[in-house]
Design a binder for this molecule. Structure first.
Ligand SMILES: C[S@@+](CC[C@H](N)C(=O)[O-])C[C@H]1O[C@@H](n2cnc3c(N)ncnc32)[C@H](O)[C@@H]1O
Length: 232
């Protein structure tokens, strides 16, 4: 486990609002990719739980796993406000998930892999999926090598996409929030260049999730994988 959660814990509420402000439709779009009905679902790196809470409407049980206690507390508050019963929040590491293999009909992992040793995390996540179950992963891919050297790039992107955040907090406070999230050290970690070249990410996905369907849009790459009965 890395220390990223120490950045997120104290700013959980603001981070939650920021994730929305970036793209208020993002969870609706993500839900569109999910099966209409599922048994047991894992949202690996669930953050403040918006997708997990949406998935609860179409699953028997959803487990939201994240290593930020602050974000999970935020998720739990939203769960209570919305009176949703079938979601459990767990503190834990996506790269060492605390579950036995083949427990989930659906595992989703959205915008998390860039923080992790991706091969190890994907190997763990795919092992959790039941035969005929699904794994859906999505993450940012860097298109320009310049991006790897410029930690200010995500900061400016976030400002451009965050008019709601600026309206809510004012420019000065917004800059402070985003600067906290995107300190140069955090940005360097989250833009690990080796993993986020699209071709390499695609190779990793195709190697570990044979037969997966890959979609690429804007700076995101998404893989949908159905687990065969026998893993090779
Ligand atoms: C960019 S947020 C995405 C949250 C959510 N999946 C979404 O799409 O809104 C990344 C999340 O991954 C979590 N995370 C990063 N590395 C993790 C790890 N090794 N184990 C568990 N959670 C992790 C962070 O705490 C954060 O909540």
């Amino acid at each position: 486990m890395n220390t990223y959660h120490s950045i997120l814990d104290p700013i959980a509420e603001v981070y939650d609002k920021w994730l929305f402000a970036k793209d208020p439709q993002r969870y609706v779009k993500q839900l569109d990719l999910m099966p209409a009905q599922a048994g047991c679902v894992l949202d690996a790196g669930c953050g403040s739980g918006e997708l997990a809470l949406g998935l609860a409407m179409r699953a028997n049980l959803v487990i939201g796993l994240d290593f930020s206690l602050g974000l999970l507390e935020r998720a739990q508050q939203k769960q209570q406000t919305r009176a949703i019963g079938n979601v459990i929040w767990l503190v834990g590491d996506v790269a060492q998930p605390p579950f036995a293999n083949e427990q989930f009909d659906l595992v989703v992992c959205m915008n998390v892999l860039h923080n992790l040793p991706v091969e190890r995390a994907l190997t763990c996540l795919r092992a959790l999926v039941m035969p005929s179950g699904r794994l859906i992963v999505r993450d940012q891919v860097a298109r320009h090598s310049r991006m790897e050297r410029l930690p200010t790039k995500p900061l400016w992107d976030a400002i451009r996409r965050s008019p709601n955040l600026i309206r809510l907090y004012g420019i000065r406070q917004t800059m402070h929030i985003l600067a906290t999230i995107f300190t140069p050290a955090a940005s360097r970690r989250s833009l690990r260049p080796r993993l986020f070249q699209p071709a390499l990410f695609r190779d990793i996905l195709q190697g570990l999730l044979p037969g997966c369907v890959i979609q690429e849009r804007d700076s995101q790459m998404l893989a949908l994988w159905e687990r065969p009965h026998k893993l090779t």
